[in-house]
Ligand binder design. Structure first.
Ligand code: NAD
Length: 244
């Protein structure tokens, strides 16, 4: 029970990585406030299985004007958060030469502007308490780039930049801020790829498999818990050795 009675705000909890993180945090004793665009079909079962530890909020985090008030309301409701995982994210892939500006902007809004607003808002209340752990979901693409994902790479590079800046501002006030950079993880986001493209990508991974959402959830648990109490401002790649 590494998160006994801790309160965590996790975005993008309906499926994939966010779902795995919320389940693992609850299994470790945390209360999780989950935000997603939609309700998953099995929400009632998940709420029942959590024994009152999962609290659900449906919201579009791309609606930037409303994000701060939404988060302030949740902070009040929860009585403050010990942990924030900024996980929600989208892709709108295209070659740069063909990418509509609206698709570039949308990915920046959801993947970097919303996480920044959420981190700033939750961070303020953590600083008052002089403790807390903020975890931002970046990507190896934000470090290395990826053809067809200029918008996504720009957003994830932005996540890394604001993680390090916020970490410097928050460290003297007892709040840690880190990022996880997943590689190629088996979720709906990567399911859109053809079988051939997946095989080609897996062949480039030294550990010879896609990551699972729980590979990322266990990393988030480490960064959320006191086991990482001397780690801040870091970007932890979890990519099966894809980039060494
Ligand atoms: P996913 O598409 O399976 O799930 C995304 C989640 O984000 C969903 O719960 C969805 O409801 C939520 N979301 C999306 N837009 C939202 C919005 N506007 N408002 C509120 N919620 C919204 O994705 P995933 O693969 O689980 O990815 C989770 C995170 O990990 C993302 O930030 C993604 O960029 C990052 N990541 C994923 C991979 C991968 O290979 N899957 C690799 C690197 C980084």
């Amino acid at each position: 029970m590494r998160l006994q009675d801790k309160k965590a705000l996790v975005t993008g909890t309906s499926r994939g990585i966010g779902r795995a993180i919320s389940s693992r945090f609850i299994a470790e004793g945390a209360h999780v406030w989950g935000i997603s665009m939609n309700e998953p079909a099995d929400l009632a079962e998940r709420l029942a299985a959590s024994g009152g530890r999962l609290h659900w909020v449906c919201a579009d985090l791309g609606d930037l004007e409303k994000v701060e008030a939404l988060i302030e309301g949740l902070i009040k409701d929860a009585g403050g958060f010990d942990i924030l995982v900024n996980n929600a994210g989208i892709t709108r892939d295209n070659l740069s030469f063909r990418m509509p500006l609206a698709d570039f902007q949308k990915v920046l809004d959801v993947n970097v502007s919303a996480p920044f607003i959420i981190a700033r808002t939750v961070g303020r209340s953590m600083i008052r308490e002089r403790c807390g752990s903020i975890i931002n979901m970046a990507s190896v693409v934000g470090i290395h780039g990826n053809g067809g994902q200029a918008n996504y790479a720009a957003a994830k590079a932005g996540v890394i930049g604001f993680t390090k800046s916020l970490a410097q501002e928050a460290a003297p006030r007892g709040v840690r801020v880190n990022a996880i950079a997943p590689g190629f993880i088996a979720t709906d986001m990567t399911n859109a790829m053809t079988g051939e493209a997946k095989e080609k990508t897996v062949s480039l991974i030294p550990l010879k498999r896609m990551g699972s959402p729980d590979d990322i959830a266990r990393t988030a648990l480490f960064l959320a818990s006191d086991e990482s109490s001397y780690i801040t401002g870091q970007v932890l790649p979890v990519d099966g050795g894809m980039f060494m």
